[in-house]
Design a protein around this ligand. Structure first.
Ligand code: C2E
Ligand code: MG
Ligand code: MG
Length: 851
């Protein structure tokens, strides 16, 4: 959290900047920050009057929903209608007005309010009569405080007593609607009373009237009329000069019973409409344009425009109610109450945005909350409390938006399974560590779970997830918070280690290894997983980038894996070079195939009894234009890992078969075989048998002259599958040999199940035969085993005459090795066949021998 208590301002900004530059961290902090931010923005928006119009709209709508039409029986309107205008002319003469007042007075009203201006300057007949009417203290007149006509203000006739006059300043809201009621203005000496206030005070002559400046309110008897303040309800910056109250409309149209002046002058006034009541005389003829918009005007026809006298009737009615102790005055939340009202909703938004996961649920929930806010405001308004509606809705939606944005940012940088930061955030932390501790070493550890794929494959991904969670938890428990633990890949974690010397790192990671490998239960299964770790340290001499450090730790982790897993390795620069070389090799290999840089060499396989060439083993070579020959040991595995072997293997098979065919045609009297090595990946290739069959058919080659060499390890992985494949290959007529026999720890019990024809004794045993009795014994055993199983035997790597003699003596039928010949190019091998072969027994001519 940012603490704003510290001054000066610059420091606050620095703190804020530091906070904002931090990676997004989700949780209660995000909820709180979003809420407060939304609250601040909405409060500022209120000051800027952003919501006022909408608050008014909402106020009007809620008012319309709640209004109950009940004309006020304490009032009687005497209207000047269009028809009256025609009958009596306009303005009405003072005499007509005096007559109306006199007619009304006959029935003893408490107050007669004359809502007609009499401050027009012309001398009209009946002025004296009207002045006389004003001598009765229950007659109240109106005067205009605004500027009239061409800016000349005309006061009411001086003969009228000042305490029987009220002004008519109706205050209109910016949207043109009349919602307020200006009751009283206290200028320096003269107080000004509004017409309705004067009427009401005349009605309640016995009640004391008091202006309480200290508390900003008016008192009539026990009733208090607090003045409207800026910020009250939905108002933002209301012009609150004088004492205003919010108008409470009693009705939307018919405020009180009414008569026209024609009816009054005709003497048709029901006496009990007048007795003890207030009679208001005013014009309602629309041609006089003395009309106002009310909250009911919005979507209604023009009949909902109210004439000035009707507005005054509404106002008088409200004041009378208030004095009678009925609920008639609006109340507003105090500023702190409004603050809490907004804060509450922003917090609800924050929590909803954080906790609700499904967009549909969130949509429904936020929709209901928005309606709920509106409904609550409606309920409050029914109790005459005007709480803002639009502001809390805006604050709610804004806070929701802010939280969701933070959530999205958080999701993109945090891993949802382990709740750990992801790679990007980790890199940011490493970078920060590098910047903050220039000079000291920064130690990054990259951890990969050993054989995690196997867990996923055998127990399912759900189990895999549980394992990841457990490892995440254990790491969190073991490491200090400063370690900035992160999940940087599928089964990969990374962290900063707060130690910098090799011995301590070794100790730490040793302990961590033990901790992590402790068995645990997942879904009623006991499991123990180990992990391999790579360590990279940034040294002071040339600080690397965060990316470099993580990459180096990753490389070191790979070395740890290659060196038997369940260990850690510290990065050395050679590892990186090696990795780069490996990548280069991969990319070169890909183009090598396209550039025809592969070729085959052939090593003769010799019949040890006759010395004749029985066949060849095809061995692939890669000729790199700049570097010369590259041996298969350096690239076969890479082609397996990249998948290139599938094409390469196919090419090798075809090329070797083509060569065999060529030799068969060139040397028809030499029955040659061709041995071709198969790679592990090819062994799992679905269409292998079909491809080989097609090639043989195309070349019209008999399969039984071709022998495929398979290593033990390839078969032992999936014995049944291998046996099946071997049978299918045999159906093509192909021969099968087990290559490098003796090195693969294969179970001898399986051997008889494999439909193999030949065992190739690995060259390591042959090579050590001269020095070691054990190896001699092994070779002997393999030969005996082969003979027992009725298999052919080929000894690999024969380099000396002694080895040859021994093998012969043991009964080995065939062999290959440098003693006879290195693997040779096509021409070299052809030459061996074409020219006399020194190893063939001189007495027997090549062509006449039997294999
Ligand atoms: P391998 O199938 O056991 O091949 C015999 C290896 O022993 C060849 O090495 C050969 O040059 C070497 N060699 C032969 N005689 C002697 C000897 O007297 N002394 C010594 N020290 N070595 C001898 P190369 O050609 O480097 O091949 C290595 C391995 O690469 C092969 O072992 C085979 O597993 C693989 N390989 C070679 N060509 C292919 C191929 O076309 N396809 C596949 N899938 N693998 C191949
Ligand atoms: Mg081989
Ligand atoms: Mg071999």
């Amino acid at each position: 959290m940012v603490h704003f208590r510290t001054w000066p301002l610059g420091q606050q900004f620095r703190q804020l900047a530091a906070y904002l530059s931090q990676p997004i961290n989700f949780g209660s902090r995000a909820v709180l920050v979003s809420s407060l931010l939304a609250l601040t923005l909405v409060s500022m928006g209120k000051r800027l009057q952003l919501f006022e119009t909408f608050e008014m709209l909402s106020f009007d709508l809620l008012t319309r929903l709640q209004i109950q039409e009940s004309p006020d029986p304490r009032l009687l309107l005497v209207e000047v209608t269009e028809a009256d205008l025609e009958a009596y002319g306009w303005p009405l003469s003072d005499q007509v007005i005096a007559d109306i007042i006199a007619e009304v007075q006959r029935h003893e009203p408490t107050v007669v309010g004359l809502d007609l201006y009499r401050n027009t300057p012309q001398d009209m007949p009946g002025r004296a009569a009207l002045a006389q009417a004003f001598e009765a203290s229950n007659v109240i007149g109106i005067f205009n405080v605004g500027k009239q006509g061409k800016g000349i203000e005309v006061p009411a006739p001086p003969t009228w007593p000042a305490d029987q006059l009220g002004f008519n300043d109706l205050v209109i809201d910016p949207d043109g609607v009349l919602r307020r009621n200006l009751l009283y203005v206290s200028a320096a000496e003269d107080p000004f009373f509004s017409f309705p206030l004067r009427v009401v005070l005349a009605y309640h002559r016995d009640l004391p009237f008091q202006v309480d400046r200290q508390n900003d309110l008016l008192r009539i008897g026990d009733a208090k009329f607090p003045a409207l303040m800026p910020g009250d309800g939905g108002y933002a910056r209301v012009d609150n000069r004088g004492y205003q109250v919010l108008l409470k409309y009693r009705t939307s149209y018919q405020t009180a019973p009414s008569l026209t002046i024609t009816q009054v002058l005709a003497g048709a006034v029901p006496p009990d409409w007048v007795r003890g009541n207030i009679v208001l005389v005013g014009s309602t003829a629309s041609s006089l344009k003395d009309e106002f918009f009310t909250p009911f005007s919005q979507d209604q026809s023009s009949q909902f425009v109210m004439a000035g006298v009707e507005m005054h009737a509404q106002s008088i009615s409200q004041l009378l109610d208030a004095i009678a102790g009925e609920p008639a005055l609006y109340q507003f939340l105090p500023q702190w109450g409004e603050f809490l009202w907004l804060l509450g909703w922003t917090l609800v938004a924050g929590v909803a945005g954080w906790a609700v996961r499904r967009p549909a649920s969130l949509l429904v929930l936020s929709g209901s909350i928005v309606l709920g806010i509106w409904g609550l405001s409606g309920l409050a308004l029914a109790q005459l409390v005007w709480v803002p509606t639009v502001e809390p809705i805006a604050a709610f939606l804004l806070a929701l938006g802010l939280v969701l944005t933070q959530k999205a940012l958080y999701r993109s940088s945090y891993d949802q399974l382990t709740m750990l930061p992801g790679r990007d955030m980790f890199l940011l932390q490493v970078q920060r560590a590098l910047q903050h501790h220039p000079g000291t070493a920064v130690t990054v550890v990259f951890l990969d779970i050993d054989r995690f794929k196997l867990i996923n494959q055998s127990f399912g991904h759900l189990m895999g997830d549980r394992v990841l969670k457990t490892i995440g938890q254990r790491l969190r428990q073991f490491l200090p918070t400063s370690a900035q633990l992160a999940r940087v890949g599928g089964d990969e974690f990374a962290f900063l280690l707060p130690v910098h010397d090799q011995t301590t790192v070794d100790q730490w990671l040793g302990r961590l290894q033990t901790e992590l490998s402790a068995p645990f239960s997942v879904a009623r299964r006991r499991l123990s997983v180990t992990s391999s770790m790579g360590v990279a340290m940034a040294h002071r001499d040339h600080p690397p980038t965060a990316q470099d450090l993580l990459r180096d730790a990753h490389t070191a982790m790979y070395r740890a894996k290659a060196l038997h897993e369940y260990r850690h390795e510290v990065f050395a620069s050679t590892m990186h070079e090696e990795a780069v070389r490996r990548l280069e090799l991969e990319s070169h290999l890909l183009s090598a195939f396209e550039n025809n840089e592969f070729l085959l060499h052939y090593q003769p396989i010799v019949c040890l009894q006759s010395g004749r060439i029985a066949g060849f083993e095809a061995l692939v070579r890669w000729y790199r234009p700049e570097e010369g020959f590259v041996s298969p040991g350096q690239f076969i595995q890479v082609t397996e890992e990249t998948g290139l072997i599938v094409h390469l293997g196919q090419w090798i098979f075809r090329a070797a078969c083509t060569q065999l065919k060529a030799w068969q045609q060139q040397f028809p009297d030499q029955p040659l075989t061709m041995s071709i090595n198969l790679s592990r990946r090819q062994f799992h290739q679905a269409d292998l048998v079909i491809q080989f069959g097609d090639t043989l058919q195309e070349l019209a080659l008999v399969g039984n002259r071709v022998q495929l060499e398979i290593t033990e390890s390839m078969i032992m992985r999936d014995v049944d599958g291998a046996v099946d494949l071997m049978h299918r290959l045999k159906q093509l007529g192909l021969k099968l040999a087990i290559d490098d026999f003796g090195t693969g720890y294969s179970s001898l019990s399986y051997l008889h199940r494999f439909p193999t024809d030949t065992l190739k004794i690995d060259q390591s045993f042959v090579g050590r035969m001269d020095q070691s009795d054990d190896d001699r014994e092994i070779v002997h055993t393999i030969i005996t085993l082969g003979q027992k199983l009725n298999m052919d035997l080929v000894a690999e790597g024969i380099e000396t005459e002694t080895q040859l003699a021994r093998l012969r003596a043991m009964g080995c039928r065939r062999g290959q090795g440098y003693l006879f010949s290195q693997p040779l190019g096509r021409d070299g091998a052809t030459a061996l066949l074409a020219n006399p072969w020194p190893w063939a027994q001189a007495s027997i001519p090549n062509g006449a021998s039997t294999p």
